[in-house]
Design a protein around this ligand. Structure first.
Ligand code: BES
Ligand code: MN
Ligand code: ZN
Length: 510
């Protein structure tokens, strides 16, 4: 859901792009290098106005540093109302791969009331820019433009001017074919992140487990195989932990398994992603305090990420066999809700004492993780879950917590995190922590006491992954109520879609 953003690529120096023709009554975006200033193609396009830009840059002490910009009114003869020069790296390689992604976001933020925008992608010092810079810029535009306004029936009058219904963006590039090809995969990724954000932002009266499953089913249009397991099917499998969480809700629980077979020839094991999908978490009988409870509509951000990721992989026809599995429940207090002290039997056969009904995410994941490793024997499992408030205490909103039984998988995740800006910090696991969740009346207890809350939660999950290489990402801090950034102004961030798409692209496509 975004303001109609219509992006096209055009060849620099041809027709429309030449002299910024498509930007009439709009905005022309140009780039300046840290030392080189404007590129030659930009100078040719601007004509006599180039000298004015140079002068203005001097007066405003605009040196083309990455992250800075210079805003100008265009004179007659330049086919635009405004011209903005953005600084980009010129000499050295960009420090972060996300530079052009963020630049796209910064450009989108400056569009103001313009209905037509031409971005003249004469990026200074071309050879030092990573491939895909233009596609990243496009992705940044899209992610920044995202808005969730499904339920707003009235527009604020002060917004009217500032919000054209449609924004037409032309990105003029030197190599049209290359830009178009690279942008295609990024479009798929943008759609995946958008889907994940939408799911997180939806309220729980609209997006309950059955409705979430219906939305996941729509991925069939992209060639994803989608199986929905209902309560009866899960009872048959013995998923007592997942079902126990959902039993207090009038909304039925579901599990969804999405399969994208993008590499049919491959004999390699599939990769698997598992998401916590608690569509609303009241805490159950161990009910949460009222203040801020509304945020718990986002307790399915892990499941949203997995769904958005499967969308992205399928839409860009990734050459990988990937499984996405999500456990969908609503955690409610009720006459039929589970009680503290209840003992449930998981699909693995292990029994769990539910000492706190608010530690429900691990109960849901226990059965989904077990099911996936048992049925598909994947190469690895990565689960994402808004699992513990404690991870916010430890890491805040900058980093997600990473827990893993496998150093290679961890290293690959951290690397992909650095490249995408979706960062993780690895936390410890170990026998001493594991002891903290040994049960008194059953095999395991679902809470481990006051200390190390995020770690004992991860230890709990580890008891359900068998020998499968596995990583758990605690995204309670990063998945929702996110601080705004260049590329995200949305409550639900869609965190993890770009990260895991990158993990797959870098290591598991063949
Ligand atoms: N969904 C919550 C965790 C959470 C908290 C997510 C804040 C996002 C923001 C989870 O189900 C939960 O309630 N965890 C408890 C565990 C405790 C009872 C051991 C928590 O963190 O307090
Ligand atoms: Mn909870
Ligand atoms: Zn929860």
């Amino acid at each position: 859901m975004q303001a109609g953003l219509d992006i096209e690529f055009v060849a620099m120096g041809e027709g429309k792009a030449k002299r910024g023709k498509s930007a009439h009554a709009g905005l022309l975006v140009i780039f300046a290098g840290e030392e080189a200033g404007l590129g030659q193609a930009t100078r040719d396009m601007l004509g006599a106005f180039a000298a004015t830009v140079d002068r203005a840059a001097k007066v405003a002490k605009f040196k083309g540093a990455a992250g800075s910009s210079l805003d100008l009114i265009a004179p007659d003869g330049v086919a635009a109302d405004r011209v903005i020069a953005f600084g980009t790296h010129q000499k050295k390689k960009p420090e972060h791969e996300t530079e052009y992604l963020n630049l796209g976001g910064q450009i989108m933020a400056k569009i103001g009331g313009a209905e037509t925008v031409t971005i003249f992608c004469d990026l200074p010092g071309d050879a030092t820019h990573p491939p895909g810079a233009v596609a990243d810029l496009m992705l940044g535009l899209r992610l920044r433009a995202y808005k969730f306004e499904t339920y707003k029936t009235k527009k604020k009058p002060e917004d009217e001017d500032n919000k054209p219904k449609k924004i037409k963006v032309s990105i003029a590039v030197a190599n049209l074919a290359e830009a178009k090809r690279e942008a295609k995969a990024r479009e798929a990724l943008a759609d995946g992140v958008t889907l994940a954000r939408n799911l997180v932002n939806e309220p729980a009266n609209i997006l309950f487990p059955v409705e979430f499953a219906t939305r996941a089913k729509e991925l069939e249009k992209l060639g994803v195989e989608v199986d929905i397991l209902d309560v009866k099917a899960m009872q048959k499998l013995g998923m007592g932990a997942l079902l126990g969480v959902g039993q207090g809700s009038v909304r039925e629980s579901r599990m969804v398994v999405m399969r994208w077979n993008g590499n049919k020839a491959s004999k390699a094991k599939p990769v698997a992603f598992v998401g916590k999908g608690v569509c609303f978490d009241t805490g159950g009988i161990s009910i949460k305090p009222g203040a801020g409870m509304e945020d718990m509509k986002g307790d399915m951000a892990g499941a949203a990420c997995v769904t958005g990721l499967m969308h992205a992989l399928a839409a860009r026809k990734a050459k990988v066999n990937a499984i996405g599995a999500i456990g969908l429940v609503e955690n409610m207090p009720d006459g039929n809700a589970q009680r503290p002290g209840d003992i449930v039997k998981t699909m693995s056969g292990q029994t769990v004492e539910v000492l706190n009904t608010d530690a429900e995410g691990r109960l849901v994941l226990a059965d989904v993780l077990w099911y996936i490793q048992d049925k598909y024997k994947p190469e690895f499992m990565v689960d994402l879950a808004t699992l513990t408030g404690a991870i916010l205490v430890a890491l805040g909103k900058e980093y997600a917590g990473l827990f893993s039984n496998n150093d290679e998988l961890s290293a690959r995740l951290v690397e992909a995190g650095g490249k995408t800006g979706e960062k993780m910090w690895r936390m410890p696991l170990g026998a001493a922590y594991d002891k903290m969740i040994d049960g008194q009346f059953a095999d395991i207890k679902n809470i481990g006491g006051r200390n190390a809350g995020s770690i004992t939660a991860a230890q709990f999950l580890q008891r359900f992954v068998n020998d499968t290489p596995w990583a758990h990402l605690d995204i309670a801090g990063t998945g929702m109520a996110s601080p705004s950034s260049d590329i995200n102004q949305s409550w639900g961030s869609g965190w993890g879609v770009r990260l895991l798409d990158r993990l797959v692209a870098d290591h598991y496509e063949g």
